[in-house]
Design a binder for this molecule. Sequence first.
Ligand SMILES: [Zn+2]
Length: 120
Amino acid sequence: MPLDPPPEQKGQATSVLTPNRLVCRSCQFILTDQPRRIRRQGQCQFVLANPFGLLFEIELYAQLFALPLGPPSSEFTWFPGYCWQVLMCPGCNQHLGWFFSRSDDAFWALIRSRIQILSY
Ligand SMILES: [Zn+2]
């Protein structure tokens, strides 16, 4: 299996004109056809640990074709002031990441090893 190349390596100059989509790596469910990474706290990638000590390498994205699961929780939140909800893949039900929201902002934090960007 090829290693995940950083999206930046795929044609910087033409990236605006090259459609691509963000999919679940397991089942290729299309999470969005306009992947847009966003920054919070100055970064779009983080390595963070959950309360059990499990490390997650996450990337932040704007809108997805998905809905978060369960009620928002502020317990152990990685982004102060934001509540989180879990994102399960609508295609294969794998845990793909989290949805973070507060009254004036929201974004998705996706687990890098479980997603993939495809060009088409
Ligand atoms: Zn899936």
